[in-house]
Design a protein around this ligand. Structure first.
Ligand SMILES: Cc1cc2nc3c(=O)[nH]c(=O)nc-3n(C[C@H](O)[C@H](O)[C@H](O)COP(=O)(O)O)c2cc1C
Length: 398
């Protein structure tokens, strides 16, 4: 994307309901290259459905099983109620947060999402430019369809960018995994996010019904040279799942191995249990991401809004806890912060923006979320995210 197009789409968006304040903001100008009528992330979702074929839609939108967790993620944020305070000074307020030794403009990061060239020809590169323009952190997937070096070269030196992290799926070939980690380190990635909640894919029925296949142009470029796993001769009574497919599934020993081979901080993505959070803290990982993989792995596990508080309680201030899953509104971001999250990640909405208008669409999605967060903070009487606490939530809400 050329420089002059990196201005965030919707940068002019201002808060709409002024409650009759005299200094009404100017009307929202139309945004070039963005389809008309997109005012929310839900609008982006509806429009993206018209842009993506059935194959891509099944992959990007689907969840595991009956999609109970997928729906629950959204429902849980909706069910929490914000309890505003009034007449508090707001001047000087901001959305800044501290994360891994950096100050971020706001607490919204782009989650790792695979195969983004299936949504738009510019794929992860468009997402990276948009994240950069909006100061959002970017987590690149191991299964990206654009190389980690291409992304780093494009944005590593941009002054406005947020953190650049690499999401790691441990591969059966640990030598190959080590080389991938070294590549990320050399390219300038600042942290590794090890995904621990997907030793196998969930039972994703929508994908199976659609006969989902990754089109060749969107294939996972980092894994193109991965040697196939050597075949296993199973003994009678052994399981093709546990004794073959999962024999290289990551364990706590692998977390320590990863910490030992890299100087980068390691965060664990997919922590759902307080006991696991405590164990991670003992290993001195750099952070946790409370996640159920957007409802794509184990169906019927609880929504992340419910998983978050016990994990925050378990680790205290020892390490930052991030959360993702179903974040669709600035109010969701504020609720997550009130429950103790340091930052949030968004997955599918980024893909919807990408499908709708490439980098401009992703920038618009991120901008909407950030603007909504500011509005929610102002209306809750919260000038700084560091001041968030569960007291901002109505006690009766779940
Ligand atoms: C289409 C798709 C692909 C994903 N690919 C990855 C991936 O490669 N690595 C990973 O750790 N998580 C992956 N995730 C999970 C996201 O990082 C994130 O946890 C989830 O999307 C958050 O939920 P949300 O989509 O409701 O925002 C993927 C999610 C989706 C929807």
């Amino acid at each position: 994307m050329r420089k002059r197009r990196t201005r965030p789409a919707g940068a002019e968006l201002r808060h709409c309901d002024t409650g009759g304040m005299p200094a009404a903001p100017p009307p929202v100008p139309s945004v070039a290259a963005l389809p008309a009528g997109l005012a929310t992330l839900a609008d982006h979702e509806a429009h993206a459905r018209t842009r993506l074929d059935d194959n891509a839609w099944a992959y990007f939108s689907g969840g595991a099983g009956d999609e109970i967790t997928l729906r629950a993620n959204r429902g849980a944020w909706d069910a929490l109620q914000l309890h505003p305070r009034v007449l508090r000074p707001l001047q000087g307020g901001n959305t800044r947060v501290q994360l891994l030794g950096r100050e971020l403009a706001h607490p919204i990061l782009v989650a790792p999402v695979a195969f983004q060239r299936m949504a738009h020809a510019d794929g992860e590169l468009a997402t990276a430019h948009a994240a950069c323009a909006l100061g959002a952190g970017l987590v690149l997937s191991t299964q990206a369809s654009t190389s980690l070096e291409t992304i780093a070269t494009a944005i590593a030196h941009e002054p406005t960018r947020g953190p650049l992290w690499f999401q790691l799926y441990l591969q059966h070939d640990r030598g190959f995994t080590r080389e991938l980690v070294q590549r990320a380190e050399q390219a300038g990635y600042e942290a590794l996010m090890l995904t621990v909640d997907a030793p196998t894919s969930g039972a994703r029925d929508r994908e199976r019904r659609a006969g989902f296949q990754v089109p060749p142009h969107a294939a996972a470029v980092h894994l193109a040279a991965l040697p196939p796993a050597p075949p296993v001769a199973l003994e009678p009574g052994q399981s093709a799942m546990f004794d073959a497919l999962l024999r290289h599934a990551p364990t706590w020993d692998d977390v320590q191995w990863l910490q030992s081979i890299s100087r980068l901080p390691v965060l664990l993505k997919g922590i759902a249990h307080a006991e696991d959070a405590r164990q991670a803290a003992v290993l001195q990982v750099a952070g946790l991401i409370v996640s159920n993989h957007g409802g794509r792995t184990l169906d019927t596990m609880p929504p992340t809004a419910a998983l978050l508080p016990p994990i925050v309680d378990a680790v205290g201030t020892a390490l930052p806890v991030l959360v993702d899953g179903g974040i669709r509104r600035g109010t969701d971001v504020l609720k997550a912060m009130a429950l103790g999250a340091r930052a949030v990640l968004v997955g599918r909405p980024v893909v919807w923006g990408l499908a709708n208008a490439g980098a401009v669409g992703v920038a618009h999605v991120l901008r909407l979320l950030r603007d909504e967060l500011e509005i929610a903070m102002a209306l809750c009487g919260c000038a700084r995210l560091a001041d968030c606490s569960p007291r901002m939530l109505w006690p009766g809400s779940p």
